[in-house]
Ligand binder design. Structure first.
Ligand code: GLU
Length: 444
């Protein structure tokens, strides 16, 4: 094995570790799936920058099966909105197998869109018009997630259409229970076709990466779904994507995921990566045995568990002091007498909610009793997101409303833009100028 890069090396190592494992069984309730090569094993990862990493049979086509469900759910959410979709399909983990009769007793509403009953209703919710037939919409949409045109494995479709009576029965049950605006029975055949769409592990990694990337395909730049839709789909994947083992999966692996009976498995690291494996030998919950082990190991190795976010070692606030402790600009000597009255707080890095809270806390602690003015030095800050900007601006407004002079050293205009000094805080290119302005205010 030649050394490639850290990610490919990790994928190769996992491939080598688990390739020899023969545990699990091929799904055979759809007869064509039992013809899969039990030795096939591929892994792929797509980053938010669209970098693709893969090993093993990552280019081998197989049918998407239930891994289609989150993407068709995304389509329904984009077309109808969250509230409308939730009227017909719930978002509660059923704790049951993929083909269970998970219907609310009083309304007949399926528990969630990841179990078959909910997925069939979701497919039924996709509008079916002469110009845009339901299946064409779905196929085109799945292709946009993958970043290429996809097609259908007609043999697998025919095989499931011949044997899919349980899914038909589920659809009849749903229809008998509630006043659905659409016909789930008519949609079952479309659901079978959707499950028979052919993909590779690399396609699935790109599809998962698109969800992780706020709905924008990192390979093509295509904004496939709005960011809130991607977030909602990931949330349902996290709680329901692995059927009756969803809780254990979230506990141990800690990533939104979706399994399928043909052996595909995806996991998404929000804002980080899309990951997919293919290996058709399944455990009793219908999860790929090797895929499960590989993703679990990768999560452990790279610290990918969503809830595992140890406090960042890098500090946001680098300094809290008063200006008399800092070197003054020559022009500022005049005001030097007042420098002990000017607090200085410096921050660095990318500012989000957590970082903004730290900065605001430091500003509050910077001595409201003793200092009449405060300088917020943002020069080493690399980015401020919209949440942090709103928090900081209102925090600064509060300080000025409390009678303090506030100046921001912000040459790049990240917090206070050019010509936008609506707030009471003044912007300066350097810390010295900001300090002098604050001190001269006192002097004057
Ligand atoms: N087409 C399959 C079914 O409905 C998908 C199930 C799965 O992948 O979990 O039975």
């Amino acid at each position: 094995m030649n050394a490639a890069d850290a990610v490919t090396d990790a994928l190769r190592e996992l491939h080598t570790r688990y390739a020899g494992l023969r545990d699990g069984r091929l799904a055979d309730y759809i007869p064509q799936l039992a013809l899969a090569d039990p030795g096939a094993f591929g892994l792929a990862l797509v980053s938010m920058d669209g970098h693709r990493y893969s090993t093993g049979d990552a280019d081998l086509p197989f049918t998407v099966q239930s891994v289609s469900k989150p993407f068709v759910y995304a389509l329904a959410l984009s077309l109808l909105g969250l509230d409308e979709v939730c009227r017909w399909v719930g978002a509660e983990p059923s704790g049951e197998a993929f083909n269970a009769i998970s219907l609310e007793p009083d309304t007949g509403r399926p528990a969630n869109a990841m179990v078959n009953a909910g997925a069939i209703v979701t497919t039924a919710l996709v509008p079916d018009t002469r110009d845009a037939p339901r299946f064409d919409r779905i196929l085109g949409f799945l292709g946009r997630f993958a970043g290429r045109r996809l097609d259908v494995d007609e043999q697998v479709y025919a095989s499931e259409a011949l044997t899919g009576d349980r899914n038909r029965a589920l659809a009849y049950l749903v229809r008998s229970a509630g006043p659905l605006p659409v016909d789930p029975v008519a949609a079952v055949e479309t659901y079978f076709r959707q499950c028979a769409v052919r993909v590779t592990a690399l396609d699935l990694a790109a599809m998962a990466a698109t969800l992780a990337n706020g709905g924008v395909n990192p390979l093509t730049g295509d904004a496939v779904v709005p960011e809130p839709v991607a977030a909602h789909v990931l949330a349902v994947m996290a709680t329901c994507g692995m059927y009756d083992v969803s809780g254990d999966w979230l506990l141990r692996v800690g990533l939104p995921a979706k399994s399928g009976v043909s052996g595909g498995l995806i996991a998404a690291g929000p804002a980080r990566f899309g990951l997919a494996t293919y290996s058709p030998l399944l455990d009793p919950a219908g999860t790929s045995v090797r895929g499960h082990l590989a993703i679990d190991a990768l999560s452990e190795r790279f610290g990918l568990h969503l809830m595992h976010n140890p406090a960042l070692a890098a500090s946001t606030v680098t300094m809290v002091t008063t200006a008399d402790d800092l070197p003054a600009a020559p022009a500022g000597e005049r005001e030097r007498a007042h420098h002990e009255r000017v607090a200085v707080v410096a921050a660095q890095g990318a500012l989000d909610f957590t970082a903004a809270e730290r900065v605001l806390y430091a500003l509050d602690e910077s001595g409201p009793q003793e200092t009449a003015a405060v300088v917020l030095d943002l020069r080493p800050v690399t980015d401020i997101d919209t949440v942090a900007r709103a928090m900081l601006r209102s925090g600064l407004d509060r300080l000025t409303a409390g009678g303090r002079r506030v100046a921001v050293a912000d040459p790049a205009g990240r917090l206070v833009e050019e010509g936008d000094e609506a707030g009471a805080a003044r912007r300066f290119a350097s810390r010295e100028e900001a300090v002098d302005w604050c001190a001269s205010g006192r002097a004057g």
